[in-house]
Structure formats: structure tokens, C-alpha cells
Design a protein around this ligand. Sequence first.
Ligand code: PGA
Length: 248
Amino acid sequence: MSDIRPLVAGNWKMNGLAASISEALAIADGANSKRANADVMLCPPATLIAPMVAAVGGDIIIGGQDCHRAASGAHTGDVSAEMLADAGARAVIVGHSERRSDHGELSADVAAKAKAALRAGLTAIICVGETAGERAAGLTLKAIERQLMASIPNAGVDASNTVIAYEPVWAIGTGLTPTADDVAEVHGFMRAYLSQDDARRQMRLLYGGSVKPSNAAELMAIANVNGALVGGASLKADDFLGIIEVYA
Ligand code: PGA
């Protein structure tokens, strides 16, 4: 699988004002000078997509954090995949655990959003991950399989337009990470699952959950880990570049 180009994506969540564009500029500069052998992406809040594309869109990929399943309509407060694409985004995260828990999104909703992303020409980054309770009960792989089955659209999906991010819910923003063996087990399982379909075999599999400069090298070296989805540590250029550095 070594011919899969890695992706390091930063999810700014509900953080960032116009002044934060300077951080994105520092990230783009640093990523360029490190000549990272990986794609670098930032997913700012929707309000910053257009200005960030204008500032750094030539150097790094800009993505959204969520989209509605419809292209337009009476959905107050929502943003469609077409609108993200129109603002210059090239990707969108769907099914993040914070969307699943804060907004009650089910895997069927996630699949509809992923389908919308593909319809708009965006790469879909589909997140899956077990809760602490599922892990404690030995149900991790079952939970991942269930989410993969229901969150990935049935048609039109291939390694060029879809990325899977494994994010154990209990590892997000907690400073906790699974052991390397645990990550290897889940990523190996996901690779085997996707390999049932030739078009999905080479899909990029990101690890996310408390990735930081001090643990990135170990996590990114694990078999079938093709990059990272980074929350907190993507907000500061020095931290995010310390993670990108793994691929320099
Ligand atoms: P974290 O978040 O890096 O702050 O743990 C990861 C994520 O939610 O994608």
C-alpha cells in the first residue's frame, strides 16, 4: 500500500476568525518548504473557506467540516456541498463524531452527505469510530464495520473521491490514543473490508484522535495508516507542521 499518497488534514472545528488566516499562511509556507510527501488540507469553519482559499488555496487543499444532503432549499443555517465547492473547497468531512453526537446524525445521514459531496465534486472524508463503551465491551470492530457499511454510499465511491478517517470517539480531544497494535488492528480491518471492492482497495485511511507532533511519527508508521485527521494540533502552525514533518 506504500503507493498511497498520504493526507494530513486539519479540522479547525468551531475555531478561527479572519485573523487566523495568518496561521493558515504559516502552515502553507511551512508545508511548502518541508516539501512534504503528502497532501495537506485545512478544514476551517465555513465562514473562512473563501478567504482561506484566496490566501493559500494554491498551496494546500481547503475543505469544509460538514454539508447538508440537499444542494439548496429551505434549511436554515445549513450549508450544501455545492456551496462549499463554490467557495473553493475541494473536500468535506462528514460523519465526525461531534456531528453524530451533537446533531444526532446517523450513518444513513452520513452516507447521504457523502453522496452530496461526490455530487458536488468534493472528496468525502467519512469518519467512523467506536465509543469507550464499545471498546470496553470488545465491540470495536463490529462498531467500525457497522458504520462503514452504512456511512459509505453504495455507488460512485472510489479511492480518488473518498477518504476514511478512523477516530475513536474517546481519543478525540482527550490526549488519549489507542496503542499502535489497536490502530493496526482497526486499520487492517478497514483495509480488508474496503478491499472487497477493487475501486475502494487503495482508499486513504486516516487516523484521528489526539494526534500531535510527539506521537505523529509512531502513529503514521502503522500499517494501513495513510495520514492523519488532526483537531486541536492543527490550529497552531508550529504544531501542525510538526505533524506534517513526519512526511518530509
Ligand atoms: P483532536 O481531534 O486532534 O483534537 O483529538 C481530532 C478530530 O476530531 O478530528
